[in-house]
Design a protein around this ligand. Structure first.
Ligand code: AMP
Length: 276
């Protein structure tokens, strides 16, 4: 992979990377389309990264649809799909001993309930960047905290890559596209848009000037439980910039939520731009 991308670079071509875990849907393809106009060669990586799954999570059952993914990428004229095996990425019996920690960002929200998740993401992203050496890489705002972690790692470690982001792509009823949506039974699928609806309601309250965040967050949780979610991991209002708790002077807040329908863990977020 690196030989190929170095050959492109030697010809003066600009290289873009879209990292994915495959099972490609409209959210991924939006990132592909956004970056395609900006680069000469687009690489899409497809790798279900064992390092970012907890022991009780869905690594084994995560949907893998390589052939359909490759067909969709070929249709879009992607220069290369990089789809290594876990053994190729992590040779030897042991997982890598080098970790990347971003303590200020990963102890909270999804990081609090998925210990080690973002450390696993950071390691695989840095490996992919080092293997492919893209000029630019793009991530979806759907995984808001992940995007922040990636930006932080790239900034703090001086990685020579520009990071772009893309909007959350949704179904017509508001549910954010996700490979994990395929876990939902029809009845759960009907309830799933309540996550986005609850976050929109929270965002509207913030736009109206409300700042009683604890009460608004509690209301969001209750709304999800009332809509039939089985458990709520968190509903939270944070600063867009660094996911810290708001102080009252920020220009951008983000409402984030994570909740379970059965064993499917759904996440979503809505940004609120404020006139300060
Ligand atoms: P994944 O395959 O779930 O690891 O996602 C790969 C990339 O696609 C990440 O940067 C995600 O944030 C992004 N992505 C996944 N779902 C969506 C969506 N519904 N809208 C926008 N980006 C998405």
């Amino acid at each position: 992979m690196r030989e190929r991308s170095r050959a492109w670079r030697a010809r003066g071509e600009r290289i873009g990377l879209v990292p994915t875990m495959g099972n490609l849907h409209g959210g991924h393809l939006e990132l592909v389309d956004r970056l395609a106009g900006e680069v000469d060669r687009l690489v899409v990586s497809i790798f279900v990264n064992p390092l970012q799954f907890g022991p009780d999570e869905d690594y084994d059952s995560y949907p893998r649809t390589l052939e359909a993914d490759l067909a969709a990428l070929e249709e879009r004229g992607v220069a290369a799909a990089f789809a290594p095996t876990a053994r190729e990425m992590y040779p030897g019996a042991e997982p890598p001993r080098t970790g990347i920690d971003v303590p200020a960002l990963t102890g909270t929200l999804c990081g609090a309930s998925r210990p080690g998740h973002f450390a696993g993401v950071a390691v695989v992203v840095v490996k992919l960047l080092n293997i492919i050496e893209p000029d630019v890489a793009i991530f979806g705002r759907k995984d808001y905290q992940q995007l922040q972690v990636v930006r932080r790692v790239v900034h703090d470690l001086d990685l020579p890559v520009a990071i772009r982001d893309g909007p959350v792509v949704r179904e017509a009823d508001g549910l954010a596209l996700s490979s994990r949506n395929s876990y939902l039974a029809p009845e759960q699928r009907r309830r799933a848009p309540a996550l986005y609806a609850a976050l929109c309601e929270l965002a509207a309250a913030l736009r109206d000037g409300r700042r009683d965040l604890a009460a608004l967050e509690a209301q969001g949780r209750e709304r999800l439980l009332a809509a039939g979610f089985d458990a709520v991991d968190y509903v939270a209002v944070r600063r867009c910039e660094d996911l810290a708790e708001p102080r009252g002077d920020e220009a951008c807040l983000v409402c984030l939520g994570a909740a379970y329908l059965g064993s499917a863990r759904l996440i979503d977020n809505v940004e609120v731009a404020l006139h300060v």
